[in-house]
Design a protein around this ligand. Structure first.
Ligand SMILES: [Zn+2]
Length: 330
């Protein structure tokens, strides 16, 4: 039997910049997780370098406790370069700042459990952050201002524009280039920028964060990966983390390294599941995401997949993706 301990740091989270909201927590938490020896041995025998997908970057596991005001929530993350990453490709903040008990920008609000009811009369499908439906994470009129970092390669710029076009072609979402003259018109915007030292395609937030938020791209982040990251910007979470996922897929924990188990945490009160589980979603992980042994799956559908559906496709927006976003921004 292996025993793994997580020792969590004291920290303070300040989100007063745009939200006039402050989250404070100073908690030390210890978790002991027991796993069958056989499962750990299987992981130990395979190389961590197998985990190579750009949306599933490797890193060191850590966690923090977030105080949402009425509850404390343990948030597991993976350190990739300087960044704290949750769910593979969503940036929680600067990992050093988390550890140093100072400031976290923005994305911590992802875990704010403030109750937001779906009183808008909208009928979203899929998995949508509640605060995108009727709260502060919503893009006004579905308009997403953006900047493109001149440091991006021409190929990446072309891929960004194709990815935006894929969404605007089939949903009410629109993008507006935040030129110099429009800076004051669009204070909240997405910056498509370079990935720095994190070898991954990443999004800072789910929905509108307020101020600048980044989609971070490295060489290799193609149109499909960027469509996925834009899905986060619009307000979509990962399909396989829906609250109802256990009825549709089995998560094979024995093939997932211990430090990545947190990446498969189900969404609970922060999110809203609507419509049927969508195996074809561009927001779904592929079958062997985070696998110790990538020849074996970490996500196994319960029952046959619909015809021509492949988990983790990054080719197209599924009918469910389109309906979800139409439901948010119609
Ligand atoms: Zn993602």
């Amino acid at each position: 039997m292996d025993v793994f301990s997580l020792k969590l740091p004291e920290f303070f989270v300040d989100r007063a910049d745009h939200m006039s909201k402050i989250l404070l927590a100073a908690v030390v938490f210890c978790a002991v997780i027991n796993r069958p020896y056989a499962a750990m041995a299987e992981c130990a025998n395979s190389s961590a370098t197998n985990i190579a997908q750009l949306e599933y970057p490797r890193g060191q596991a850590d966690s923090v406790v977030v105080d949402t005001g009425n509850a404390k929530k343990v948030v597991s993350f993976v350190k990739v370069g300087t960044l704290a990453i949750v769910e593979g490709d969503i940036v929680l903040g600067d990992a050093r700042m988390l550890k140093d008990a100072t400031r976290v920008e923005g994305a911590i609000r992802l875990f704010d459990g403030a109750p937001i009811t779906d009183s808008s009369g909208m009928h979203p499908f899929g998995k949508v952050l509640k605060s995108v439906l009727s709260g502060p994470d919503r893009w006004l009129n579905g308009l997403i201002p953006f900047e493109i970092d001149p440091a991006l390669t021409p190929d990446s710029v072309a891929a960004v524009r194709q990815a935006m076009a894929a969404w605007t072609k089939v949903t009410p979402v629109r993008f507006a280039e935040r030129t110099f003259d429009l800076r004051s018109t669009y204070p909240d915007f997405v910056s498509f920028t370079t990935g720095e030292d994190a070898n991954a395609c990443l999004s800072d937030h789910i929905g509108r964060r307020g101020g600048r938020q980044s989609v971070r791209l490295v060489r290799g982040c193609g149109v499909g990966q960027i469509m996925h990251e834009i899905g986060h910007v619009i307000g979509l979470g990962h399909e396989q983390n829906r609250e109802d996922r256990d009825q549709r897929v089995q998560i094979v924990m024995s093939n997932i390294p211990l430090q990545y188990e947190g990446q498969f945490e189900k969404y609970t009160s922060d999110y809203m599941d609507r419509g049927v589980y969508d195996f074809d979603s561009i927001m779904h992980y592929e079958a062997n995401a985070f696998a110790c042994d990538p020849s074996k799956p970490t996500i196994v559908p319960k029952g046959p997949l619909p015809a021509n559906v492949r988990l983790g496709q990054r080719d197209h927006l599924s009918a469910g993706d389109i309906e979800a976003v139409k439901g948010i921004y119609k």
